[in-house]
Ligand binder design. Structure first.
Ligand SMILES: [Zn+2]
Ligand SMILES: [Zn+2]
Length: 183
């Protein structure tokens, strides 16, 4: 028959093929056609390629698998497949440990800048508050008590008292009209 000769390989159940990208009807020009158009074919391929490159459509794939930060061991969800550390802070810390980072932080001007910013922070209200908070932790209170009872702690304490006493005496000598600083 003429009809059968024109489309010999298309079986009736496969005759209605849906486009893999847009689910539109595929008008088959050859039996292996899977897309309605060349455009859909390209879109489908681009989509798959971007998935390989790390694109993660959550509505299709759910959340990314959790990752452990190699620096602080926190479990976090990546926003980017190339992301290794949970935060910028952790990535900086890790970089400091590399050869390049160590070299950079060993430089005098960098050390000086770090010292300055640390001093500025500890003198700021925020820094003072953080220090008070650390000091009041039970663990630190206990350690301070133990330290002040140790030989070294007693020595430092005595040294401190001596210094204060001599400062007091000196201020009396130098500024006889002023009152003794109360301590
Ligand atoms: Zn299509
Ligand atoms: Zn981290």
């Amino acid at each position: 028959m003429a009809d059968a000769a024109l489309s010999p390989k298309i079986e009736p159940d496969k005759a209605e093929m849906r486009c893999k990208w847009c689910s539109g009807l595929v008008k088959r020009r050859h039996p292996k056609a899977r897309y309605c158009s060349e455009k859909c074919k390209q879109r489908y391929r681009n989509f798959n390629r971007s998935i390989e490159d790390g694109y993660w459509p959550k509505e299709m794939q759910g959340p990314r698998p959790p990752t452990r930060c190699p620096e602080c061991s926190v479990i976090f969800e990546r926003t980017d497949p190339k992301k290794v550390y949970c935060t910028e802070r952790c990535s900086c810390r890790a970089w400091r440990k590399t050869d390049v980072g160590r070299e950079y932080f060993a430089r005098n001007e960098v050390q000086e800048r770090l010292r300055l910013s640390a001093r500025r922070y500890s003198n700021s209200e925020k820094g003072k508050l953080a220090q008070r908070e650390r000091d009041s932790r039970p663990h630190n209170v206990k350690r301070r008590e133990e330290w002040s009872k140790s030989d070294h702690g007693r020595k430092v304490k005595a040294e401190c008292q001596r210094r204060r006493a001599s400062e007091r005496a000196l201020s009396l000598l130098l500024l006889p009209t002023q009152q003794t600083p109360e301590l």
